[in-house]
Design a protein around this ligand. Structure first.
Ligand SMILES: Nc1nc2c(c(=O)[nH]1)N[C@H]1C(S)=C(S)[C@@H](COP(=O)(O)O)O[C@H]1N2
Ligand SMILES: [Mo]
Length: 270
């Protein structure tokens, strides 16, 4: 049901291609309106800023394609900052009743379901590196020996679908404290067995609902939902929820991400 993401954002926001080939003719703002509205909807998520306010804020006439591109990129960067300011580490994502769980739960990845990695849990070892005191590996048994909690939350994919699921695992702040992470560092990065990667700001990593997930419902994570380990981040869009995690690192160097590096807004959450 879910098709793989298309890197439409790069085109929408004027990254790369449209910069390489700047529009020759002057284009009326009206021509960009649907594009602006799409981007505005996506970038501003729950905040409300009208197209007019946007034009005023940009301090730019927005008459030609080139300046529209610039504004869209400035907006994206601005949006990251504003969301950073607005972000309240104590704000909780809504939780749901067991009766509201979506069945069947959708699968999504940058490849079709038959390519889901087949991982042997018996010799699995999670790697930990970067700004942490203890860099030893973690087996699944060792992870299961940490305190576990479960939550029923809504996963929201940027492609326009959402689904409610139940995940159980170790609160990520508990794990970060256990490994002696430098929680004053800026980012936590994730490398996955399928070569996916993403990263979070430290405030989100420490958020009480950010969960290092081992179980989906009452069973270990099925392969397609991220076996043996995924990070569930209910305050972020789906693509910031890495599945099949192989390595976790703490860093001050911006690690980017698979979709983020193709133009998706890095913060992508509340
Ligand atoms: N390792 C890995 N993690 C990933 C992805 C992926 O392709 N590989 N896709 C992301 C995206 S875009 C979504 S919407 C969710 C889908 O998770 P689900 O299959 O549990 O619905 O996983 C995210 N995490
Ligand atoms: Mo997604």
């Amino acid at each position: 049901m879910s098709k793989p993401h298309k890197p439409i954002d790069a085109a929408d926001t004027g990254a790369r291609d449209s910069r390489a080939q700047p529009l020759r003719e002057r284009i009326a703002l009206a021509d960009h309106k649907p594009q602006l509205e799409r981007v505005q909807r996506r970038l501003f998520l729950r905040s409300s800023l009208s197209l007019g306010a946007l034009a005023m804020l940009s301090g730019c006439n927005m008459q030609d394609g080139d300046s529209v591109d610039k504004v869209l990129w400035a907006m994206s960067r601005w949006n990251d900052r504003v969301q950073g300011w607005l972000f309240n580490p104590n704000r909780l994502a809504p939780t749901y009743a067991a009766s509201q769980i979506t069945k069947p739960f959708p699968f999504n990845a940058f490849y079709p379901e038959y390519n889901v990695p087949d991982i042997d849990g018996s010799d699995y070892a999670l790697e930990v590196s970067g700004l942490v005191a203890d860099k030893s590996d973690w087996s699944l048994a060792k992870l299961r020996a940490l305190p576990q909690t479960s939550q029923i939350t809504r996963h929201i994919c940027i492609e326009g679908w959402s689904a409610i699921g139940e995940w159980r695992g170790v609160p990520f702040h508990t794990f970060l404290k256990r490994i002696g992470a430098d929680t004053s560092a800026r980012y936590v990065g994730f490398k996955c067995a399928d070569h996916y990667y993403t990263s979070l700001d430290m405030a989100t990593a420490l958020h009480p609902q950010t969960l290092l997930t081992l179980d989906f419902g009452n069973e270990p994570l099925p392969a397609k939902y991220g076996y043996p380990l995924k990070l569930r981040v209910p305050t972020k869009l789906g693509f910031k929820n890495p599945k099949h995690i192989a390595a976790i690192f703490v860093t001050n160097d911006y690690p980017g991400g698979y979709w983020e590096d193709q133009g998706y807004n890095w913060f992508s959450g509340s």
